[in-house]
Design a protein around this ligand. Structure first.
Ligand SMILES: *[C@@H]1O[C@H](CO)[C@@H](O)[C@H](O)[C@H]1NC(C)=O
Ligand SMILES: *[C@@H]1O[C@H](CO)[C@@H](O)[C@H](O)[C@H]1NC(C)=O
Length: 414
């Protein structure tokens, strides 16, 4: 397409989003009542009781004490969920009345100098923690973990590897076969996502995002916005493997397109820019998920999700189809046509739904916690699984998990 054909859409955009952007929130907020959207406001208190195991500090506090970067990392949910539960009214000190058991083990807080996670010790740390709870309390053996939940926010959850191929080879840690996993990784029909897992948003720093809020009537003058890698040359020297080629295609097709504000440069105005954009691209990277999804929702920028078969956070409570745009990886070359063909009224409706504060709240892990935030959505998800099926309780002495299954290296003590 020549430059001329862009003039009309650009003009239209300036008129529509300049004048009628998400101005006064009251008039421009919409909620989906009587559908999944309402579940976000459920109060989990009184619907479940959680027992928090007390572990030696080497499984949690000491790990984060050694590297405080873990507190700002996109995997920080494993730490903040622990802190949240300690003072939550759903906590019970009496394990006999607990519906769920929680083991506070930080398996992701092991970072390279560049801040990338090193999940190589994670299986041993997790195994060791399970060994500890199963020898010191009777509850693990009762169900082999079926009434226990664990936070595993790694790239590929409890597969504990950042490369998909290796993660698939490893599979989910055998000891976690029966437990409920709370994880950021979500992709349909993938060995690293088992049935019944709760998918959560990655951690994004709430105070920092709040500090960058600009006035909501700021015109959305950027059509498409994206900052991030297109090629991960360091880890993917041949190219084409990273993001299954979707990001490379994005760059090659749209680097010179005036509607696309895309680059690898992360400006200091990144958060503000998202509030000035209509569409924010959320393509897969090494894993299908990224913090852009959270940022898009919080900043009212319609997330354009490019990650085939992704399972999105709290998908049983958040109407993702209505607030976001889904584009198949193979359709990236047509992204301009796809996005410019979305009718204005559809765009405005998505913006109104995004303006609903309960949608934003569900994406964040604020400290202190607030009603409807991601902590509460996790509890709601756990409450919806109750009561437990009686079949989870084993006969005395009955065992089905294999403690020696999995790679030999994982069996070394930690
Ligand atoms: C749980 O079972 C294991 C063997 O599978 C045993 O070593 C352990 O002592 C049991 N825990 C309790 C608290 O009885
Ligand atoms: C447990 O797993 C190991 C390693 O894969 C295997 O050698 C062993 O036979 C398994 N034990 C049972 C009881 O299935």
């Amino acid at each position: 397409m020549g430059v001329k054909s862009w003039i009309l859409p650009l003009l239209l955009l300036q008129i529509l989003f300049g004048k009628f952007g998400i101005a006064e929130l009251d008039q421009h907020t919409e909620r989906i009542s009587g559908s999944a959207g309402d579940v976000l406001e459920d109060d989990p208190v009184g619907r479940l009781k959680v027992f928090v195991y007390e572990l030696p500090l080497k499984y949690n506090k000491k790990i984060v004490g050694r590297d405080p970067r873990c507190l700002n990392h996109m995997f920080a949910a494993e730490i903040f969920m622990h802190r949240f539960l300690l003072t939550s009214p759903v906590r019970t000190l009496n394990p006999e009345e607990a519906d769920w058991f929680y083991t506070p083990v930080y398996t992701t807080c092991d970072l390279t100098p560049n801040g990338l996670p090193l999940p190589f010790k994670s299986p041993r740390v997790m195994r060791s923690a399970i060994q500890f709870i199963s020898t010191n309390w009777p509850y693990w053996n009762r169900t082999e973990g079926a009434d226990h939940f664990f936070l595993v926010p790694h790239d590929f959850g409890a597969c504990f590897h950042y490369q998909e191929e290796k993660a698939i080879q490893r599979g989910i840690l055998p000891l976690l076969k029966k437990a409920t996993l709370v994880q950021t990784f979500g992709q349909e029909n993938h060995v690293c996502l088992k049935e019944g897992s709760i998918i959560i948003p990655p951690y994004a720093p709430p105070q920092k995002m709040q500090a960058h809020m600009i006035t909501p009537d700021t015109p959305r003058s950027i059509f498409v916005y994206f900052r991030g890698l297109f090629y991960d040359v360091g880890n993917d020297p041949e190219g084409g493997y990273y993001a299954r080629g979707a990001r490379a295609s994005l760059w090659e097709n749209f680097k010179n397109n005036p509607l696309f504000d895309i680059s690898t440069e992360h400006p200091t105005t990144y958060y503000e820019d998202m509030q000035r954009a209509v569409f924010c691209l959320c393509p897969l990277g090494w894993a299908p998920w990224s913090p852009r999804l959270v940022e898009g929702v919080v900043f009212g920028c319609i997330p354009v999700i490019i990650a085939d078969d992704i399972v999105l956070p709290f998908a049983d409570a958040i109407p993702w189809e209505e607030i976001g745009v889904f584009v198949a990886e193979k359709d990236v070359p047509n992204l301009d046509t796809i996005l410019t063909n979305i009718p204005i009224d559809v765009i405005l409706r998505k913006q109104r739904l995004l303006a609903n504060p309960s949608m934003k709240q569900a994406m964040l892990f604020p400290q202190p916690a607030q009603p409807g935030d991601a902590f509460h959505q996790i509890l709601n998800g756990l409450a919806r699984k109750l009561p437990h099926d009686k079949s989870i309780y084993l006969k005395p002495g009955e065992r089905t998990l294999n403690w020696t299954a999995g790679p030999k290296g994982d069996l070394k003590p930690w």
